[in-house]
Design a binder for this molecule. Structure first.
Ligand code: XIL
Length: 302
């Protein structure tokens, strides 16, 4: 294949990007996105603050703009994200206890219900674990509603959209040796053993010089897949430039391609200038829309 999506499709995989509704009037942006990518994630527009700005008053216009564009162009959509400690609407941020638990479940029903039948996979819960060596859950208002909040979110998502794959998504879970990786692995293993409806694990894959692509990435992805879930690279970006950046993109692509149940890769934006960390130039196209060295390294592996 001569595009990322065509090359990925040769092995039954997808190649995706995050899209921002605010950039969709830029024709260079939509031209590249339409040509190269066949899986679309809304960068912010399906998050809790965007979709439920006032309690029980849902707002889907920006999320729909992205989903409709994707579906009209024959692409699939990853839903991101139903329950997260970050980017909560103001009304939710200071809630606690059963009222917060019920608000979360109502949110999941409302959002996953609205998009029912249109979503390939939902990031049901995002970033629920602590960084560092503790392996603990992140202390968030959602966590304080009870340790079962994650499985409650998955059951609610399954009920609202029975056909969507349901993912747990996190960062710094790439290196098999890290405590956070082990903690998420143990949760997924427990969920699978108890029949909690989880189908996939998303690896955000935000890399930089302090947090490089690990040599054991393939091992990590394979170990999760062996639990009976799909794995996906969900938000890939790698700070840097030139050969060193390109080689790291190659390493991530090789790791996914080596794991049968690694179903696809999504990069977190189109051009470097579209990135949430634009100064890191972490994407596959430069600010002029030109393919970077990393683009060719990725394409070669697909
Ligand atoms: C980021 C977006 O890219 C930014 O535009 C926004 O200001 C903050 O969130 N982990 C995630 C994504 O799961 O939702 C985040 O996206 C990046 C880190």
């Amino acid at each position: 294949g001569s595009t990322l999506q065509d090359a990925a499709a040769e092995s039954g995989r997808y190649f995706g990007t995050a899209i921002a509704a605010s950039r969709m009037s830029d024709s260079q942006y939509t031209t590249i996105a339409n040509r190269e990518f066949d899986m679309i994630t809304a960068e912010n527009e399906m998050k809790m603050d965007a979709t439920e700005p006032s309690q029980n008053q849902f707002s889907f216009s920006s999320g729909d703009q992205i989903a409709d564009w994707a579906l009209q162009n024959g692409k699939r959509v990853r839903g991101h994200a139903l329950a997260w400690h970050s980017q909560q609407p103001g009304w939710m941020q200071n809630m606690e206890g059963s009222s917060l638990r019920n608000a979360m479940l109502n949110h999941i029903a409302g959002v996953a219900g609205h998009y029912q039948g249109k979503i390939y996979a939902w990031d049901v819960v995002n970033e629920a674990f602590e960084d560092g060596s503790s392996g603990a859950r992140r202390n968030s208002n959602l966590q304080r509603t009870g340790n079962d909040w994650i499985e409650a979110a998955f059951y609610a998502a399954r009920e609202a959209d029975p056909d969507a794959k349901l993912c747990y998504n996190d960062y710094n879970t790439d290196n098999w040796q890290h405590a956070k990786t082990q903690a998420v692995y143990n949760m997924v293993r427990d969920f699978k053993s108890r029949g909690v409806p989880i189908d996939c694990v998303g690896f955000q894959a935000h890399f930089n010089s302090g947090n490089p692509v690990p040599n054991n990435y393939h091992e990590t992805l394979q170990n999760f897949a062996d639990l009976g879930v799909d794995v996906q690279i969900t938000e890939l970006d790698i700070a840097g430039s030139g050969t060193s950046q390109a080689e790291q993109f190659r390493g991530v692509t090789q790791a996914c391609m080596a794991v049968t149940r690694c179903t696809g890769i999504t990069v977190w934006g189109v051009r470097d200038t579209d990135s949430w960390r634009a100064s890191d130039t972490p994407l596959l196209f430069d600010g002029y829309g030109n393919k970077k060295l990393a683009y060719g390294y990725v394409l070669d592996q697909l």
